[in-house]
Design a protein around this ligand. Structure first.
Ligand SMILES: [Zn+2]
Length: 298
């Protein structure tokens, strides 16, 4: 079976749209970069699936960043999904939460932020809510309930091998719909919601999109669109690190190099290491801001 794909679908009879995702290789690549305790790994995998589903849901062409911050054992979790199907993510913890922990024992008191970055300029839209609910699915359903008019249901799962998710969203009703039509749509949504409640973790993790959607929703006239592949990719670069160092200022950069011999920056998403020594630093602040990566120095 092909993993690492996103499938969009609609349930024509019920007027509901959906997305399904299953990640394996990209998930393994993300996991290779840190030794996550199982509880942290589980919520990170669920968040990664959620980011892919949410980025496909919003009417938007840029990247989506889902971030959780709290004062508990895990103080930061961040996952990033681009419109090109590239994902990355990480979590940071100071102590290991107990097995079977709920969200508040993992993150403490915290919040969940979803940021949409526009592809072309630096515009951002960010929605933030307090972190509530026993698990990430409940927290994100809360997020939808507060920020969107359209009813949305989510199902997320993750283990050491696979992470997966399913999202259903009611399509907007016609603004001239009669009371009967509105009632019928509410009934359709209830019926589909009840069908979703019968889904098992194993089905979500193991079945293909076709098998799962047909098994659950075969009476709702499902229609699947072409798969989109998802891969692990990090956007860090030497150029971005140099821009960051320039913004620190020459005095600060030279002070660190005087003390440590060089500046070493490791990307937390992908573990790539960038090292800047005294010669690099001198170049950073004497040359104009051009693409130095393509210049050979003799
Ligand atoms: Zn990186």
């Amino acid at each position: 079976m092909i993993r690492d794909i996103l499938r969009r679908f609609i349930l024509e009879k019920a007027n509901v749209r959906g997305e399904w995702v299953q990640l394996e290789h990209s998930w393994h690549q993300l996991l290779e970069r840190a030794d996550y305790p199982p509880v942290v790994r589980k919520v990170l995998g669920e968040a990664l699936s959620a980011a892919v589903l949410l980025s496909a849901t919003v009417k938007h062409t840029g990247s989506l960043i889902l971030q959780i911050r709290g004062d508990g054992p895990v103080h930061l979790l961040v996952v990033h999904a681009t419109p090109q199907g590239e994902v990355r993510g990480l979590a940071q913890w100071t102590s290991v939460p107990e097995e079977g922990s709920n969200l508040s024992t993992i993150f403490g008191t915290g919040h969940i932020a979803i940021t949409l970055e526009a592809a072309s300029n630096h515009e951002r839209y960010q929605g933030i809510i307090a972190l509530e609910g026993d698990n990430l699915t409940q927290a994100l359903e809360q997020y939808f309930a507060r920020s969107e008019q359209l009813p949305t249901r989510l199902w997320l799962t993750s283990d050491h091998n696979t992470c997966a998710g399913l999202l259903l969203q009611r399509l907007p009703s016609d603004k001239y719909a009669s009371t009967e039509q509105i009632d019928a749509q509410a009934e359709d949504w209830n019926r589909v919601s009840l069908l979703l409640d019968t889904l098992t973790t194993e089905e979500l993790r193991d079945l293909s999109a076709e098998d799962l959607i047909y098994r659950l929703f075969h009476e709702e006239t499902p229609r699947l669109f072409d798969p989109k592949s998802i891969k692990f990719h990090c956007h860090c670069s030497r150029q971005k690190i140099e821009t960051m160092l320039r913004s620190l200022g020459q005095d600060e950069v030279q002070a660190i190099i005087a003390e440590q011999g060089h500046i070493s920056v490791t990307c937390e998403f992908c573990n790539a290491n960038y090292s800047v020594d005294a010669v690099d630093a001198a170049r950073l602040f004497t040359e104009n801001v051009v693409d130095l990566a393509n210049t050979t120095v003799h």
